[in-house]
Structures are given as C-alpha cells and as structure tokens.
Write a protein that binds this ligand. Structure first.
Ligand code: FAD
Ligand code: NAP
Length: 338
C-alpha cells in the first residue's frame, strides 16, 4: 500500500445521516488492523476525522483533514455458562449486531435495537435508549492510541462513561481510534420494560412475560412509528442532550411548570429537552429546506438541500429560546464539524 495512494476523494453525502452534500478531499476506508500504522504514518502528524456511520454528525462544511472510515468487521463469541463474551469489530453495524444477539438469546442490548451507526461508535457517547446504556454491557474497548502510537485495551472504568458521554467524546476526543469492543451479555438477563412506551406496546400485543425478542420487537415498532428514518428524511436523532438539573433548580421550575416531564438522575433530575423545545414553540417549525420534526422536537431534519450551517443556526436559535424561557442551556449531543 503506497502512501501516496492511500487517501482518495470521496462524496460523503451518503455517509452522513443528515444527507448533507459534503466532500472529503482525502478519504480512506480502514478495514484491517494491520493498516493502522501505515495510515497513521501517512497522516504525518496531521489531525484526521474518524467516521463510523455518520449518524451523530453535522458537517457545516467540507472537512479539511483526511477522513478515516472505520470498517473493521468480525464477531467472536465465547459462551461461559449463562455468560456470553463477544469481541466485535468497530465497523459492524450496530442494529445488525443487536439482532444477531437477540436471535441467539443473548440478552442485554435488545433495548438498543434500531439505533443507527456502528459498534465502534457505541462507546463514544455511551448510546442509550429505553432505560439501558451500552456501558452496562461493555467490558473493554480496543483502540489505537495516537499519542502512545500503540494499540491499547481500555477497561470499562478507564472509558469515563457518563450520560451520553465518555472520554472518547470529551476529555480524550480524537485521541483513540476504536477498532473493537468487548461485551458481556447473558442468556438469563432480566428484561428492561420500565419505559412507559415499551410497557404499553407489550400490553397492546398481549405479551405478559416478555423475553428479549419481545422487547426488541416492541422497541423497533415504537421507533419506526415515532422517529424519522434517515434514509427518507435526513436527521441525526436527538440533536440535544436532556439537561440534568439540581434538585433546587428542578423544584423552582416545577413551581412554574408542574406537569413538566422529569426523571430522577444521579445528581438531580433529568428534564426532557424535547418537551422544553416544544413548549418554546419549535415543534414542527420549518425553514424551507430544514426544520424541527413534527413528532419529536428533539430531532432536527433536512427536508432536502439544507446546508449544515443552516441546521446549526437553527439549533442555536432553539438554544437561545429555551434559555430565555427556562434559564436552561441545552447542550448539543450531535458532533458538530464547525
Ligand atoms: P458517527 O456519527 O460516524 O461518529 C460519531 C462520533 O464518533 C464522531 O465524533 C466521530 O468522529 C467519532 N468516531 C467515529 N468512529 C470512531 C472510532 N472508530 N473511534 C473513535 N471515534 C470514532 N443515539 C443514542 O445514544 N440513542 C439512541 O436511541 C439514538 N437514536 C438515534 C436515532 C436516529 C434516527 C439517529 C439518526 C441517530 C440516533 N442516535 C442515537 C445517534 C447515533 O445513532 C449514535 O450516537 C451512534 O452511536 C453513532 O454511530 P455512528 O457510527 O454513526 O457515529
Ligand atoms: P420519550 O419516550 O418521548 O421520552 C422523552 C424523554 O424522557 C426521553 O429522552 C427519556 O430520557 C425520558 N424518559 C422517558 N421515560 C423515562 C423513564 N421511565 N425513566 C427515565 N427517563 C425517561 O423519548 P423518545 O424520544 O421517544 O425516545 C425514546 C428512547 O430512545 C429514549 O431513551 C431516547 O434517549 C432514545 N432515543 C435517542 C436518540 C438519540 O439520538 N440520542 C434518538 C431517538 C431516541 P432518555 O433519553 O435519557 O432515555
């Protein structure tokens, strides 16, 4: 592999779920761990941009730095009684992996069905849905450490997992190229059905004692009925994180908005950002090419032909209004390339 031939120009419009028209001048799809040292050397200390499925990314312009798409595949399974240990390549599709596990009776990630993106990106924001976070089942993350220039195996406690957060998204952003993730699932894992939507769906189906396949089916059904499919309407899921407010601030807001949805969190109460955006009048708001989804106000959409800058500006206007109404600054969950 000659260094000069490594990077090629690439149209990224199908590689970001907003469907934005962006191009990379230098692009490389990395599908074998042996390529890492050559690719790293070819960068000559230049920064690069790692891309998985592009479902949590907003490009506001063409990327200047080389783009490396992580495409290493492979699933290895080791069963140990009820426990199941899996080593999964970063480039595997996340939803396909959840169904692979459900089909074999491996429980733990069924609530995370139908989340777009790749396995290697799941630890980056500690993906979560319907009361389950991926950190609960991750045992390690394998990554190339661009500082030490060596492969590392980070144990779960070294990953700094938090609510939609990890070291890969915050303190050590861009340092590690995740190549594989280790999981521990279980053949006798309890199911998680505390979220109202799951309970309602299972009840409607007449399922009294749900197994992991029932939960996966319910989650897929709810998501399909509520969330826009990026292949039909460009979006990156929730644009903002749900804010966690102290007990005092929550109480003060509750005096004004007694029916506001809020949930206990480790350091106060988690408020539904989608509800705040809706209350501020933004649900269904449209600006020609882009807007706020009419069924889920947390999701910003590209109706076709929008630029990333326009979507970013819309998100800033929403932030300002929510701040004015509730005194709460919403933090963007989507990774923005400014
Ligand atoms: P990308 O968008 O490609 O990358 C995300 C970030 O990770 C970027 O900063 C990128 O530079 C970095 N990165 C990419 N690959 C690597 C690597 N190998 N090593 C290190 N860093 C890397 N998220 C949830 O948490 N819960 C949900 O329920 C959920 N639902 C969604 C629904 C829809 C319709 C959509 C469009 C998105 C949803 N998301 C959800 C957001 C998104 O799907 C997840 O965050 C997903 O894990 C992103 O994966 P990706 O491969 O597309 O990442
Ligand atoms: P929803 O059911 O309308 O609920 C709105 C918010 O309230 C959610 O964000 C959720 O927080 C919180 N919530 C609801 N019931 C809860 C409970 N019993 N305990 C604690 N918190 C509760 O949400 P939705 O938009 O349809 O999404 C459903 C699930 O899919 C959520 O878990 C959401 O995070 C996930 N999702 C995530 C993305 C993304 O891009 N990040 C996109 C779509 C859906 P949490 O978000 O903390 O769960």
């Amino acid at each position: 592999m000659a260094e000069a031939d490594l990077f090629q120009p690439m149209d990224l419009s199908a590689l970001n779920s907003f469907g934005l028209a962006v191009n990379a001048e230098h692009y490389f799809a990395l599908d074998r761990p042996e390529q890492i040292s050559t690719v790293h050397a070819a960068l000559k200390r230049q920064k690069c941009l790692l891309l998985g499925g592009g479902s949590n990314f907003l490009f506001t312009r063409d990327p200047e730095e080389p783009v490396i798409a992580m495409r290493i595949k492979g699933i290895t399974v080791c069963e140990d009684g009820e426990d199941v240990h899996l080593h999964v390549g970063a480039g595997e599709n996340w939803h396909n992996f959840t169904q692979y596990c459900v089909d074999r009776g491996y429980g733990g990630i069924e609530n995370l069905s139908l989340i777009p993106g790749q396995v290697g990106t799941a630890p980056v924001q500690n993906i979560g849905a319907y009361g389950v976070e991926v950190r609960e089942v991750i045992t390690y993350v394998d990554a190339f450490d661009t500082q030490q220039k060596e492969m590392r195996r980070l144990k779960k406690k070294e990953c700094g997992f938090g609510y939609r957060d990890s070291i890969f998204k915050s303190s050590q952003k861009d340092r590690f190229w995740i190549t594989a993730v280790g999981f521990q699932l279980s053949k006798s894992a309890p199911v998680h059905t505390a979220y109202g939507a799951i309970r309602d769906q299972l009840q409607a189906e007449g399922v009294r004692e749900p197994g992991i396949a029932d939960v996966a089916r319910a989650v897929i059904h709810i998501r399909k009925s509520k969330l826009p499919d990026p292949s039909e309407l460009g979006n990156a899921g929730s644009f903002f994180k749900n804010p966690v407010l102290s007990t005092e601030r929550s109480q003060a807001l509750l005096n004004k908005y007694p029916n506001a949805p809020h949930y206990p969190a480790s350091d106060g109460f988690k408020w539904a950002a989608g509800w705040m955006i809706e209350q501020a009048g933004w649900k269904g708001h449209r600006r020609d090419t882009h807007g706020v989804h009419d069924r889920q106000a947390l999701v910003l959409v590209n109706y076709g032909g929008a630029t990333g800058k326009e979507i970013f500006d819309l998100s800033s206007d929403i932030q300002k209004d929510v701040e004015k109404k509730f005194g709460v600054t919403l933090e963007r969950e989507v990774n923005v390339y400014l």
